[in-house]
Design a protein around this ligand. Structure first.
Ligand code: ADP
Ligand code: ZN
Length: 604
């Protein structure tokens, strides 16, 4: 009796219902149709090909460029009792031959292959002689030169369509932009297939941006207050900042590891591996880290430096909370960051068109940082999506105070103008605040009409005003490297009082980046102890098998268990993420921990 997709979802994966477009996609592919699936990270793309792969006869071939991710997926599928294997450069000849034989004998349900492997005559020859359920092309944006992850081998994947015209193909990506999507359809010849696009919102991620004061201490306070013992990623722009931050955190009792392209390969691999397998590690990294990290329980992503663009920010923060549980995207940024990035763009040798594009991207990013609107709305609008004010970002939770900043903007702009547009923010702010220093007197700046006219704001508040005027393009940074501020042509209207400027008020003294509202915890306090016991059991089981803990059960499954406290196999089966095979393998062990915990609770 063939199973329906829903029956398979329940029996094998232990999930109750499909999410979003999953059911539609699966029906379409099971029936033999081609598809492009665009879903945000954590949206549940894997099931879209795994379920049809299991329901259709023959082996499902999954093309993936990311070896670490492949191994994880295979380990996770095997835990479910699915016959899965991976074919990539980590296998020796004998192991590879073993997998190929299994394919020929139709003893595999799902095989993951690196693209260069798939395209060899040898592999295609094997495929010619067996039934193929489908081709899934994961990370399909790699086919586009437009994005950052272009892989030339992906261009040759059209061959699949020509050689196996009857086998359905499903391409999957989390990339939001239209150009990439068009490239995928064109280059993989998916024109006659269906396109499924999910919304880009990641509702479980809380977005927060705070002014940078002392980035490391701010980070430490954030981790200590909200993420003790959690896994997280901290992004820095330079290798040196990565090394220093990791050492600094470790010295303060937060287990942290560095990751950047300057470490040797073995160290990098070892650090990545520890991050995946251990719980509660913080990875401090450059953007070299993250591609293909499928760890579901990353509870926060912190940026100590500005990311390259909103796309990059969205992708990097998207690594938090794949399991759907509450997670944080936390960033600090300051005036120096804005000045640095502006200089990088203006000073580069890139052609003008490229610079214009980069300027636009930076403006969008700064607009996001300085917004007084819901951050999620700004982010989604950038990707052509929309939402209501979300209630789960800093501007929603603690609406910033907005004031009519026309007058302070005028003061700042005219001070920049009167000093000949030759000085950086620090000096200009000193003049406005009426500082009486040797340098100021030497330059005669104490005799300017703008000297001392800005005492109503603190230096920090002035920096915030500078940032906001830079974000809105009224001020410009000189590209020469000294960070001198210039006024833009558009500021005339402001100086004449024809255009009013709204600014957000920097609240001095507010503990930076610490949200006053306590977040919805992954687990209720009363269930915490049992949850930790369940995690300890999971860690033991994972160590025994040499797999990451989340391959046994996700945190969300353990949280559900700790809350429901099932007393029998039957009720344990109702917990989300407990399928038939895991029930059999691990059910009794977890039930025992729960029962024991309950009886201890009764005694005390
Ligand atoms: P993506 O590849 O789109 O980033 P995944 O396929 O890794 O996302 O799925 C993200 C998480 O959501 C995984 O932990 C997965 O087990 C879970 N998940 C996916 N679909 C469902 C569902 N229908 N019910 C419950 N959990 C699901
Ligand atoms: Zn919001």
């Amino acid at each position: 009796m063939p199973q329906t997709p829903l029956e398979l979802l329940r029996s094998t994966f232990g999930f109750e219902a499909f999410r979003g477009h999953q059911a539609e996609v699966i029906d379409h592919v099971v029936a033999g149709g081609d598809a492009l699936v665009v879903m945000p990270t954590g949206g549940g793309k894997s099931l879209c090909y795994q379920v049809p792969g299991l329901l259709r006869s023959g082996v499902a071939v999954v093309v993936s460029p990311l070896i670490a991710l492949m191994q994880d997926q295979v380990a996770a599928l095997r835990q479910l009792g699915v016959r899965a294997a991976a074919l990539n450069s980590t296998l020796d000849l004998a192991e590879a031959a073993e997998v190929e034989k299994a394919i020929r004998l139709e003893e595999l349900d799902i095989v993951y292959v690196a693209p260069e492997r798939l395209l060899t005559d040898r592999f295609l020859h094997h495929l010619d002689h067996c039934r193929v359920a489908l081709f899934a092309i994961d990370e399909a944006h790699c086919v586009s030169q437009w994005g950052h992850d272009f892989r030339p081998e992906y261009l040759q994947l059209t061959l699949l369509h020509e050689r196996y015209p009857d086998v359905p193909r499903i391409a999957l990506t989390a990339t939001a932009d239209h150009q990439t999507r068009r490239d995928i359809v064109d280059r993989l010849a998916l024109g006659s297939g269906r396109i499924f696009v999910a919304g880009f919102d990641r509702p479980n991620i809380r977005y927060r941006v705070a002014p940078k004061q002392d980035a490391r201490s701010q980070l430490l306070r954030f981790i200590e207050a909200e993420h003790r013992g959690d896994s997280g990623i901290v992004y820095c722009n330079t290798r040196r900042a990565v090394d220093e931050t990791a050492t600094w955190l470790t010295g303060r009792g937060i287990a942290a590891l560095p990751y950047h392209a300057g470490l040797d390969r073995a160290d990098r691999a070892a650090h990545q591996d520890r991050f995946l397998r251990e719980e509660g590690l913080v990875m401090v990294a450059t953007i070299a880290f993250g591609m293909g990290i499928d760890k579901p329980d990353v509870r926060f992503v912190a940026h100590l430096d500005l990311p390259k663009s909103l796309e990059a920010y969205y992708q990097e923060t998207g690594r938090a909370g794949r399991d759907g549980l509450a997670s944080d995207a936390w960033m600090v940024y300051g005036l120096a960051d804005v000045v640095r990035v502006r200089q990088l763009i203006e000073g580069s040798a890139a052609p003008d068109t490229q610079k214009r594009l980069e300027r636009q991207k930076l403006d969008a990013l700064l607009g996001f940082c300085e917004t007084v609107q819901c951050r999620r709305q700004v982010l989604l609008a950038y990707f052509g999506d929309s939402c209501e004010p979300c209630g789960n970002c800093d501007t929603c939770l603690e609406p910033p105070e907005v004031f009519d900043g026309t007058e302070v903007a005028q003061k700042l702009l005219s001070c920049v103008y009167r000093t000949g547009q030759r000085f950086g923010a620090g000096h200009v702010i000193d003049i406005l605040r009426g500082r009486d220093s040797e340098r100021i007197r030497q330059l005669g700046h104490d005799r300017l009409s703008t000297w001392g006219i800005g005492k109503e704001l603190s230096a920090n508040q002035w920096r915030s005003v500078v940032r906001q005027l830079l974000a809105s393009g009224l001020l410009v940074v000189d590209p020469d490297g000294h960070g001198a501020l210039h006024v833009a042509a558009e500021c005339r209207a402001v100086l004449k009082g024809e255009r009013r400027i709204a600014l957000r008020r920097e609240v001095s003294g507010r503990p930076a980046g610490k949200s006053a509202t306590s977040r919805s915890a992954v687990i209720e306090d009363g269930d915490r102890a049992l949850f930790e016991e369940l995690r300890a059991l999971r860690r033991r089981l994972a160590d025994e098998q040499g797999v990451p803990p989340y391959v046994i059960f996700h945190d969300s499954t353990l949280a559900d268990m700790a809350q429901r406290r099932p007393g029998s196999r039957q009720s344990l089966a109702n917990v989300s993420g407990v399928g038939g095979r895991k029930l059999e393998l691990y059910g009794d062990a977890f039930l025992e921990v729960i029962t024991h915990h309950q009886s201890m609770a009764r005694v005390s």
